[in-house]
Design a protein. Structure first.
Length: 482
């Protein structure tokens, strides 16, 4: 028998292992939110560095996800997964050992970037393994469970960070995921993941072009907040970054063995679902990070109280995540959970934004709950359904591309909100690593703008009925699905 035992048991090992890995990746985006203030005071970090502690992780994750897909094809799924999770765990531990003094900022940002690289190696493997192990009729539910677990970890991040910061200090936040990483490694070994090696060529030019162009776009957006829109360096940087991205896209499209299969975006249902996932990821990160900073720095709540104050948001996000699958099963239409969720999220974020100037916690709770339920609903439904739009032999590539663009959406949203917050913040607060009460609403308005754009796009573009067949994506026959 296989190492995982019977086939049903093996499936459970696979889903649990990949769920732990996916949850770990998402947890590290938000777990540091409560620790940012104490970290900034302890190490003397500016607001610029504090934002980048979160941003550089998400940016590295989005940039290296395609590299993870390439490595998995060449060196095997389990080998790539092990490499990624070990790198992630080592970098996590190193973050907790950040030295004081002038070396603090570069050391911490480098380790956070390495965490993102490790996560980028893991994330394509997780979805590919689940797709390979589960049969067609149960694959959608398995992917929805995986997405739901990742969303729950993402939601719980600030609460976990608050407890650790309160009782063990901010340094304990970073290695908190190491036991989860060890458990994921053990479960993956028990599952007996099948290895397929040597199916793809290694390339250097494409990864370098993609990583450089993605990094240039995100960092140029963020730098706008430091220079200001009137500075001539701002349009020059944005133009150069956009040109680099266009060149990278052309290079990938012309390659016989592309790093990511961008031609999948010709499949309309897949492209729409991926674009909506891109638009939703940014607001989730923005409200998590800046909502936490507002409670800590503008309302002066201690870490544990901040974690407790975020429970309505955490509970609402978790509720929305699982409600999404229920609505999808009941109505058999992706429009129901996506449109309902985006409507609630847009209204909730607006209510929460309007309540911020009062600094009264109870006035923030209704918007917090409504926004949380709404933001929790679209992604699991989109994750479960968009794979039906692509041929089976393209699903691994489709998963890598979707994950890349989803994380890139988070990085773009966070960078844009950070740039606007820096522009609204005063210089004294920037130097002290503080986001003022007057600057935080700017980030929330940015999140609401993303949500409104997603709502309008979903209303116009989502199909009223599920498509009857799968598009061929330019190669291979169409596949029919129930």
């Amino acid at each position: 028998p296989p190492p995982g035992g019977t086939r049903p048991l093996r499936k459970r090992f696979v889903l649990t292992a990949m769920g732990c890995a996916g949850g770990l990746i998402m947890l590290d985006q938000t777990v540091v939110a409560v620790a940012l203030g104490p970290m900034a005071r302890s190490l003397g970090l500016t607001t610029w560095v504090m934002h980048r502690v979160v941003l550089v992780y998400v940016l590295a994750l989005s940039a290296f996800a395609p590299v993870g897909g390439m490595a998995a094809r060449r060196f095997g799924l389990l080998g790539t997964f092990r490499c990624g999770i070990v790198l992630f765990a080592v970098a996590s531990g190193a973050c907790g050992l950040t030295p004081a003094g002038d070396a603090a900022a570069p050391f911490l940002l480098l380790m956070r970037a390495l965490q993102g690289v490790g996560a980028g190696l893991m994330i394509p493997v997780a979805t590919t393994v689940i797709t390979n192990v589960y049969e067609e009729h149960e694959r959608g539910r398995a992917l929805a469970v995986y997405a739901g677990l990742a969303q729950v970890f993402f939601s719980l991040g600030p609460v976990v960070g608050a407890v650790l910061t309160q009782y063990l200090g901010w340094r304990s936040v970073f290695p908190a995921g190491v036991p989860v990483a060890a458990a994921a490694l053990w479960l993956a070994a028990r599952a007996g993941v099948e290895e397929e090696r040597g199916r793809g060529a290694l390339t250097v030019v494409q990864p370098v072009a993609v990583i450089a162009s993605v990094g240039a776009v995100v960092l140029a957006l963020y730098q706008c907040g430091i220079w200001g829109l009137a500075d001539p360096r701002t349009p020059a940087a944005l133009t150069a970054a956009a040109a680099a991205l266009v060149l990278a896209v052309r290079l990938v499209l012309r390659s016989r063995e592309p790093l990511v299969n961008l031609r999948l975006l010709r499949i309309r249902p897949y492209a729409v679902a991926t674009a909506l996932t891109f638009l939703v990821q940014g607001p989730q990160l923005i409200v998590m990070v800046h909502g936490t900073l507002f409670l800590r720095q503008a309302m002066h709540l201690p870490p544990l109280t901040t974690g407790l104050a975020l429970l309505p948001l955490v509970g609402a996000l978790t509720t929305g995540t699982f409600l999404s699958g229920h609505l999808l099963d009941r109505h058999r239409s992706i429009r129901v959970p996506v449109l309902l969720g985006l409507t609630a999220a847009t209204l909730g974020a607006a209510l929460w934004t309007a309540a911020l100037p009062s600094r009264a916690y109870l006035w923030q709770v209704p918007g917090m709950v409504l926004a949380g339920i709404g933001m929790g609903m679209p992604v699991p439904a989109l994750s479960a359904e968009l794979m039906r739009a692509v041929p089976q032999h393209d699903r691994a590539d489709a998963s890598v591309l979707r994950q890349t663009l989803r994380q890139l959406g988070g990085a773009v949203g966070l960078a844009l909100a950070g740039a606007l917050v820096l522009a609204a913040n005063d210089d004294t607060a920037d130097a002290a690593g503080i986001v003022t009460a007057t600057a935080t609403p700017v980030a929330f308005v940015t999140a609401d703008a993303f949500l409104l754009a997603a709502l309008l796009s979903a209303t116009a573009l989502l199909p009223v009925r599920a498509p009857a067949k799968v598009a061929p994506a330019g190669r291979g026959p169409a596949h029919h699905h129930p």
